[in-house]
Design a protein around this ligand. Structure first.
Ligand SMILES: *Cc1c(COP(=O)(O)O)cnc(C)c1O
Length: 394
């Protein structure tokens, strides 16, 4: 691979390892183990393994390695570790670097399972966690201390799509020597410039845009070679959250088309947001790419596009939101995102059901809020489908 290659070329070729057969499409090495030529050779492997030498699939596997190298090249990271799911990546990145007595600052608006890891699990092992409103720099500044080891946030929050200023939060964290870990799912690897803006570790649920077709769970942790190989790898390989070779193959093939898919989805999301903005049945259309988004300027600076997800606050609360969802003919009701199929979610009764009402209110998760992950269907069909379903609300 050449460092001068652009994203599109890297997405197709980076990390390729060909076997002696010279296959064009990446091989699936569906094997848990590897044979050694001799006992001496086995002994040597366990002392130190070369780049193309593997020991056990939980430690590494050629197909998984191809995926790690390809996504690292795309993201501009030194290295990557692939995991069994997005949550294996989030929990692995945090747990591998933290110990009892450490302090973490996190934004409060988090994916439900991320909140559980920070609020319930890490604290059980003696890590102190302070939650802040991620969009309020004064709160970050007040919360980050000299003994803060890490800050954690989702660069675009779910489901209200608030954008966190990576550069400013990273500057505050780095001034106190804390690492910046970002769950960057909503920004997608296509629009991510997180490392450029100061992230130390970037985490993706590959289940979302990397697969992009709703088939497999996966995740990835990206960072410096030292962090990935000395901190993350020992933890992951011994605790068992590694990615399976079959999943890695799905994700590799997903990366080849990710740029095309995500750009098309983001263009449709913008068109749909514009078409629905101001509709009489909608109290608020939230899309980071709209000029009316409160952080529109930051969005353009940080990502250059608004992503593939939009949220609508439908007038009339839960009844109206349910009527809208049930009247749709194209979009499906589910809870994944980044899929080729348009997927709609009612966060208050599903993904965020567990939150007490006051927390829902403080996060802006209203009874009428519907999250829409825009797929690859025809944009005009999607707009018409939303419009006819909004008619059903009235
Ligand atoms: C989906 C998601 C996760 C978890 O990923 P899984 O692959 O489902 O484990 C974590 N963070 C965010 C922001 C997500 O959207």
């Amino acid at each position: 691979m050449s460092d001068t290659w652009k994203q599109g070329t890297k997405a197709v070729h980076a990390g390729t390892r060909r076997s002696q057969y010279g296959e064009v499409s990446e091989a699936i090495f569906l094997t848990q183990g590897f044979v050694y030529d001799s006992a001496e050779h086995a002994e040597q492997r366990f002392i130190s393994s070369g780049d193309d030498e593997f020991i056990y699939a939980r430690y590494g596997n050629p197909t998984v390695k191809m995926f790690e190298e390809r996504i690292a090249a795309l993201e501009g990271a030194e290295d990557a570790f692939a995991t069994a799911s997005g949550m294996a990546a989030v929990s692995g990145a945090l747990t591998s670097m933290l110990k009892a007595g450490d302090h973490v600052v996190s934004s409060r608006a988090l994916f439900g399972s991320c909140l559980y890891v920070l609020e319930d699990i890490l604290t059980r092992f003696g890590v102190e966690v302070t939650f802040v409103d991620g969009t309020d720099l004064a709160q970050w500044e007040a919360a980050i201390r000299d003994d803060t080891k890490a800050v954690f946030f989702e660069s675009i929050s779910n489901p209200t799509l608030e954008v966190i200023d990576i550069k400013s939060v990273a500057a505050l964290a780095h001034a106190r020597g804390a690492l910046v870990l970002i769950d960057n799912v909503f920004a997608t690897p296509v629009f991510s410039r997180a490392f450029e803006q100061g992230a130390d570790v970037v985490i993706y649920s590959a289940t979302k845009h990397i697969d992009g077709q709703g088939r497999a769970l996966g995740g990835v942790i990206l960072g410096s070679r030292d962090f990935i190989r000395k901190t993350v790898e020992p933890y992951m390989k011994h605790t068992g959250g590694s990615m399976s070779p079959f999943t890695a193959w799905i994700m590799l093939k997903g990366l080849e088309t990710m740029g095309l898919r995500v750009r098309a989805q983001a263009a449709s999301a913008l068109a749909i947001a514009k078409a629905l903005h101001g509709h009489k049945a909608i109290a608020q259309t939230i899309y980071p790419g709209l000029e009316s988004h409160p952080q529109a300027e930051l969005v353009q600076k940080q990502m250059g596009a608004g992503g593939t997800v939009l949220s609508l606050d439908i007038k009339g609360g839960k009844d109206a939101a349910f009527k809208f969802l049930n009247a749709l003919q194209i979009g499906v009701i589910s809870n994944n995102l980044g899929d080729a199929k348009t997927i709609l979610t009612h966060p208050a009764t599903t993904t965020h059901q567990r939150l007490p009402d006051d927390q829902k209110a403080s996060l802006g998760i209203t009874a009428g809020l519907v999250r829409i992950s825009i797929g690859l269907e025809d944009e005009t069909d999607l707009i018409n489908d939303c419009l006819q379903a909004l008619e059903a609300v009235n």
